[in-house]
Design a protein around this ligand. Structure first.
Ligand code: AMP
Ligand code: GLY
Length: 421
């Protein structure tokens, strides 16, 4: 079959790498793609936010299946357009994508389905919001309702920080996304991410992972999109996983179906786990980036089979054959990230690295200039490895990092620390 993947990050490189290994895949196009993706797929220039253009392109290339990577085209209704045009597609409708696009919507779904999550209140008025914060006290969490590129959450340890966040958000710092704020109870515990496919009715777990959101070693420094990840997440024990599916995930999928907006695609659930009890922190409607890289490393070719089963509504017949393995990915970012950084520096050493079923460098922000790979983003490379143990995977990944010659980049040296002795 002919397959089109939308996106241009490390997540989409990992998806393309896994999909390409499946004999069902005849032709693979990624739009717009990047320098790394170009080594496993054809790259095509296409505005992935333009549903009409995506449908036209898919029809012109006889595409049988479209996989949508990022949240923005999902929230913009690109999956709806494809389904209306009769093109098989992996990714939720715009209505279902509200689970990521609106924090207030997700809270409503939790209320209606009884899923455990942080207590909360919603405000559009700053004076009322601040009165509530003063009554509740710190620590407390302030969130812009809408999509804010991962920057719309302030975990305030001090009262003043919470009050300032309200002024910022309702004052227009995030535009429309901050026209309403959700103020949440601060939850303690350990975080983990859980990825579950849903065809609208049936669910199929496809793995757990833990991300490292802070820029520097020891979980210091500013928040980022993620500086590394590993899978599985030990905190997601069998008992916690079973509880999460029964109390949170399945009730969410059932509630969405009841509302006439069945959830079709991958549900990325962020949990806070304390004393064996998971509570929902947030949903995303796509694979995590860089969590997808470790999941794809472990799933390999079967990733396509389960995404197809998901899109075709037959997840009840699908399964994942898990190896007893571990994967880790180390993000190499441009110096200065997540603040301002230079673009265009050359990256050397990539040609000499092993690339096989246990070692892969997924490209996030790169392009080719005169046959050289150059950095074009903040997060640039995802150095990814698999092993029988997390320690083995970690050692292999960092050996690859050592082989990459990129003085303008940096990486954390402690990815996986929480799960390693
Ligand atoms: P979100 O964008 O909702 O995932 O929030 C970003 C991060 O803020 C999460 O990964 C958590 O580390 C933290 N966070 C969000 N909500 C809460 C909460 N209610 N209690 C504690 N930490 C939170
Ligand atoms: N790594 C976090 C995310 O994809 O949202």
């Amino acid at each position: 079959m002919n397959i089109l993947i939308l996106g241009s990050g490390g997540r989409e490189h990992a998806l393309a790498w896994a999909v390409k290994q499946n004999p069902k895949c005849d032709r693979l196009i990624v739009a717009p793609g990047n320098a790394g993706i170009a080594s496993v797929a054809e790259c095509a220039a296409l505005d992935v936010m333009d549903g009409g253009a995506v449908c036209e392109f898919a029809a012109s290339q006889s595409i049988d299946f479209v996989i949508i990577g990022p949240e923005a085209p999902l929230a913009a209704g690109v999956a709806d357009r494809l389904r209306d045009a009769g093109i098989l597609c992996f990714g939720p409708s715009a209505a279902a994508a509200q689970l990521e696009a609106s924090k207030a919507f997700t809270k409503e779904i939790c209320d209606a389905s009884g899923a455990p999550t942080a207590g909360y209140a919603r405000f559009t008025d700053a004076t009322e919001a601040k009165a509530y914060i003063k009554a509740e006290g710190a620590p407390i969490v302030i969130k812009a309702d809408g999509l804010a590129a991962g920057k719309g959450v302030v975990v305030a340890m001090e009262l003043q920080e919470a009050l300032d966040a309200v002024d910022d958000m309702l004052g227009g710092a995030f535009g429309e996304a901050g026209a309403e704020v959700v103020i949440e109870e601060f939850m303690e515990g350990e975080e983990a991410s859980f990825f579950i496919l849903s065809d609208g009715t049936n669910i199929l777990p496809v793995g757990t992972a833990q991300d490292h959101k802070r820029a520097y070693d020891g979980d210091e420094g500013p928040n980022t999109g993620g500086m590394g990840a590993y899978s599985p997440a030990p905190v997601m024990t069998e008992a916690v996983t079973e509880k999460a599916l029964r109390e949170i995930v399945q009730p969410t999928v059932d509630e969405m179906a009841k509302r006439g907006m069945p959830y079709q695609g991958v549900l990325y659930a962020g949990f806070m786990i304390k004393d064996g009890q998971p509570r929902l922190v947030e949903y995303n409607v796509r694979f995590g980036d860089p969590e997808c890289q470790v999941l794809m490393m472990r799933l390999g070719a079967q990733a396509l089979d389960v995404m197809l089963a998901c899109a075709e509504g037959r997840l009840d017949q699908a399964q994942v054959n898990w190896a007893d393995d571990h994967a880790i990915t180390v993000v190499m970012a441009a110096q200065g990230y997540p603040g301002s950084y230079e673009k265009g520096s050359r990256i050397g050493g990539l040609d000499h690295l092993p690339e096989d079923s246990k070692n892969m460098v997924f490209h996030a922000g790169t392009s080719l200039q005169d046959d050289h790979v150059v950095a074009t983003g903040g997060r640039v490379l995802n150095v990814t490895a698999r092993g029988d143990s997390l320690a083995e995977a970690r050692d292999r990944a960092y050996a690859m990092v050592d082989g990459i010659d990129w003085p303008e980049g940096f990486n954390r040296t402690d990815i996986g620390w929480r799960a390693l002795p």
